[in-house]
Design a protein around this ligand. Sequence first.
Ligand code: ACO
Length: 428
Amino acid sequence: MNNKAGLNIDGQTFELDTIVGSEGEVGIDITKLRAQTGAITLDSGYGNTGSCTSRITFIDGEKGILRYRGYDIAELAKKSGFVETAHLLIYGELPTSEKLSAFSKQLTRYQLIHEEMLHHFEGFPSTAHPMAILSAMINAASSYYPTLLEKREERFDNHAARLISQVRTIAAFSYRKAKGLPIIYPKSNLKFSENFLHMMFSMPGEDMDINPDVARALDLMFLLHADHEQNCSTSTVRMVASSKANLFASASAGVCALWGPLHGGANQAVLEMLEQIHAEGDDGSKFLQAVKDKTSGRRLMGFGHRVYKNFDPRALIIKEQCDKVLAQLQVSDPLLDIAKKLEEIALADEYFVSRNLYPNVDFYSGIIMRAIGIPMDMFTVMFAIGRMPGWIANFKEVMEDPSSRISRPRQIYTGPTLREYSPIGERS
Ligand code: ACO
């Protein structure tokens, strides 16, 4: 490869540099394109645009590969845990036992939100969506830590630990508030996912028996969601960070981007879809017919992915986990049967096969969460808890990159050309 790419515009040839990633992916460097040619590129939805170079996560969508810092997701799922993986993502290496213990201690130390923040919960109506509460509370939390604005590099480790730990506390508190239940504080002797279950489901004065299989399944779900390179919410976090906004403001923006049903909101949308199919007495076949009819406006939620044109490797792990959890909890869920039927029909159907539409991570995660007792409107919140280390790692990468510039795309304007202002009485 000669490290150059040619571009011909109106008979004039321009030479552009190329950059090759560590896994062989080729990018054409267009940073000087406008200066050299006057033209810009247009790539709606950014399907062909690399917005950055990154050392954090590698995906090969054609082969169904996902790696965090070089480690395969299936190996991490089997051998690691969420907290260790969070360290890996943020600091680039698997921690030694001393480092892991120090990191876990930080998470425990910062797990309590500022007591005054409890007043903010009072302001939300009981109908508030937990994602609205989460993004608002993460942003509000920034006002309690002035060092987020000054000395931010020096205090990064503390703020990162605070955010990973507190997002879980805020999530559980918002659930309790919505249910009108007393708030349960975290316990220092519990591990990350156990503590979340304790804050969600304990009663004051009572010790809850935490099912280790459920805690492990939850931990695995967080791990599988921990990063996914330049998806919509992570790109949002990087974009906000590029303006040098603080870590909490950037993460809060990530939560908002995640909320949409085409992104993190898909896990809730999958369950709603399965419930609707079940309520209509359909086994999934009628629904799939409707999906294929583009005028119906329906999509098979939990299927398809911008990057994976083969199986989403996380979906394979989560499907296996789903069967395990349901068996352990002795839950028989008709929605799981519908999901399996939908998958079976879709994977043999020309419409889905020809468009490379496979189940994504959200297709089965909702069924696990339902079995654990997580309410449907909390599903995307669970995704946000898991994704926090990835957002933080990406924020750190932006902040540490000396060549980082504010993200400011251009556009091709297609509106009216210059026209004269007409007085109100002369307008038709
Ligand atoms: N059901 C039915 N048809 C679909 C689906 C689906 N789930 N997904 C894509 N298609 C079709 C489109 O209609 C389009 O068909 P066409 O070529 O005949 O017009 C073709 O497949 C390509 O789809 P696009 O929308 O162009 O694909 P894009 O990469 O923009 O979208 C997305 C990816 C948003 C994930 C899409 O597949 C989708 O809407 N899936 C359902 C929502 C979902 O599960 N989102 C979670 C994503 S994973 C995550 O965020 C964790």
